[in-house]
Design a protein. Structure first.
Length: 364
C-alpha cells in the first residue's frame, strides 16, 4: 500500500484545513507514493523514535507533534530537530504529523481523554466560527434527487449529529441561451420555462471547493445558478476542548485520585478545592489555558489541561478548579487513537505504538 492511502484516510478523519495557523501538520519528510506495510506511531518524533522505526523496519512514522514547526535554514545536525530529520531522510523514512487538526475534531484527542476519565455526552468547548456556509442552487425537478445525493456524499448537509439535511422549494425557472450556449434543456434563442427546485444546504468552509466541483459535475445545466452565504453559525463538531458530565458526581479528592490514575501522571497541579463534588468536567489536551473562560461559561466544576502559568492559576476566581496534569500526560493516549483510526480501516496494515517515552519533563 502507498503512504498516500494512509494519509488520505487520516485526513478524512481530521482534515488538514482544520489545523491552526501556527501548525505544520502533514507529510514532513518522504514521498507519499512510497510503498509501506507498517507505521510507527508516536507523540513526538525524536532521534530515538527514528532508531526505533529502523529497528522495526517501519518506513513511516506518524507523530502527533510536528518535528518541524517553522522553516529550517540549515541541516548540519546542530539541533535535535535537524539530526532527526537528517536521520529520517538518510534511512528513507517518511514522517507525517497529525496535530491540531486532530485536536479540533469531535472524536479526536479530547474525546480520547474524555473516554479515559469517564465523561459522557461530550460537546465541543469552543466551537469554531466561520466554518459553516450555506449553498443555494436551482435544479430541474427531474435531476434534483441525484444532485442532492452527490452533494451529501461530498460532505454537504451535515448539521451536528444529523446528515442529509436540506430544504427545498419548488418554482419555475426561465432562461434563454445565446449563440455560444450549449443548452442541455431548451434551445438557443428561445425562452425556456422549467420546473425547478431551489435547494439549500449547509457546507463546511473547508469543503467548499470540493462541494462546488461536485455540484458543477452533477448538475445538468451548462451554467449552474447558485449562491453561497456566510453564516454566523458555529460548527458543533469542530473546535477546541471538550466538556461533559460524569455518570455520577464524585467527591473532589476522589476525582483527583481517579484522574491521576487513569491519566497515568506523577503530578497534578491544582487550585483550591472549593467544591465538594465534581460533575461537569472540561478538558483540553496540551496547552489549554486559553479555554479557561469557556470552561467557566459552561459552569464546569473542573478544567483539566496542561501548561498553565503561575499567575493564570489565580484566574479561577473560585468559580472552577484547574487541574494541570502535564502536556505529555494529557496527550499520551493520542497514539492509541491514531492506531485505532488506522486499524479500523486497514486490517492488514501493521501499526506499532512507540515504546519511547518522549516526555522531556521528569518528576521527583
Amino acid at each position: 500500500m502507498k503512504i498516500n492511502e494512509i494519509i488520505k484516510h487520516l485526513e478524512q478523519y481530521a482534515p488538514l484545513q482544520l489545523q491552526e495557523d501556527y501548525d505544520n501538520s502533514g507529510l514532513i519528510t518522504g514521498d507519499k507514493n512510497w510503498e509501506t506495510s507498517s507505521a510507527l506511531v508516536c507523540l513526538d518524533c525524536t532521534e530515538e523514535v527514528v532508531d526505533e522505526a529502523i529497528k522495526k523496519s517501519c518506513n513511516l512514522i506518524i507523530a502527533h507533534h510536528p518535528i518541524v514547526f517553522s522553516g529550517l535554514k540549515s541541516f548540519n545536525g546542530k539541533t535535535y530537530i535537524e539530526r532527526t530529520i537528517i536521520k529520517a531522510i538518510k534511512n528513507d523514512i517518511a514522517i507525517y504529523a497529525i496535530h491540531t487538526n486532530l485536536d479540533n475534531v469531535k472524536n479526536g484527542v479530547n474525546e480520547a481523554i474524555a473516554q479515559k476519565i469517564g465523561i459522557l455526552n461530550s460537546k465541543i468547548l469552543r466551537p469554531k466560527k466561520d466554518y459553516v456556509k450555506k449553498l443555494s442552487f436551482y435544479c430541474p425537478v427531474s435531476e434534483a434527487e441525484n444532485v442532492k445525493e452527490k452533494l451529501w456524499e461530498a460532505g454537504a448537509g451535515n448539521i451536528g449529529n444529523y446528515s442529509h439535511c436540506s430544504f427545498t422549494t419548488e418554482g419555475q425557472g426561465t432562461f434563454m441561451g445565446n449563440e455560444d450556449s450549449q443548452p442541455t434543456i431548451g434551445k438557443k434563442h428561445s425562452l425556456h420555462k422549467e420546473k425547478e427546485e431551489k435547494i439549500e444546504m449547509v457546507v463546511p468552509s473547508y469543503l467548499k471547493s470540493l462541494i462546488l466541483n461536485t455540484l458543477f459535475e452533477a448538475h445538468p445545466y451548462e451554467e449552474v445558478a447558485y449562491e453561497i452565504y456566510h453564516l454566523e453559525n458555529v460548527h458543533q463538531n469542530i473546535g477546541s476542548g471538550l466538556y461533559g458530565e460524569l455518570n455520577e458526581p464524585m467527591k473532589t479528592n476522589d476525582f483527583l485520585l481517579h484522574l491521576k490514575k487513569v491519566m497515568q501522571t506523577d503530578c497534578i497541579r491544582y487550585t483550591d478545592i472549593h467544591k465538594d463534588f465534581i460533575k461537569t468536567v472540561a478538558v483540553c489536551g496540551g496547552s489549554g489555558s486559553f479555554l479557561l473562560d469557556d470552561a467557566k461559561r459552561i459552569k464546569a466544576d473542573i478544567f483539566i489541561t496542561a501548561d498553565f502559568k503561575y499567575h493564570q492559576f489565580f484566574d479561577t476566581e473560585n468559580d472552577i478548579i484547574i487541574a494541570d496534569i502535564g502536556h505529555y500526560e494529557s496527550e499520551q493516549f493520542t497514539k492509541e487513537l491514531i492506531c485505532g483510526i488506522l486499524n479500523k480501516k486497514f486490517t492488514k496494515f501493521a501499526t506499532h505504538l512507540s515504546s519511547i517515552n518522549t516526555n522531556p519533563i521528569n518528576y521527583m
